[in-house]
Design a binder for this molecule. Sequence first.
Ligand code: RTP
Ligand code: MG
Length: 149
Amino acid sequence: MERTFLMIKPDGVQRNLIGEIIRRFEAKGFTLIGLKLMNVSKELAEKHYEVHKDRPFFPGLIEYITSGPVTAMVWEGNGVIASARKIIGATKPLEAEPGTIRGDYGVTVGRNLIHGSDAPETAQTEIALWFKDEELASWQPSLTPWIYE
Ligand code: RTP
Ligand code: MG
């Protein structure tokens, strides 16, 4: 079963949107297997966004991600990586469709509420970066037969 790493960014936590955001992935039919509220060190933020290290927005991005607690999560399900990116919406909230998380709650790219892994390789790297194996709960929800044929 596919897994992805999702992180509610500090603005999502401060705006009391943790429940609303988790609700969307639960209601979709994906399975939560890892969850923690945590402060992010500069080192972890820089590793997570390493691919953007030479971009002009990098220092501001690191400041944003380390500015308060985040909600780190691992979700499981068929096609969860691409589907979560659709549920999250476009990077720039003003370009994100209504009905997506960024489209419904965001205005600016520097406060776009949530991160989602963009491919199977990055999902694997990010899950290993943010979670220890023993922090992930492997379980089969009883509703599975009502979600997958
Ligand atoms: P994320 O990695 O956070 O899920 O976002 P994404 O894939 O939709 O977008 P990405 O290109 O990976 O950018 C990472 C994050 O950097 C911030 N950003 N700021 N000021 C800017 O022009 C700018 N561009 C990107 C955003 O927080 C974006 O989510
Ligand atoms: Mg990205």
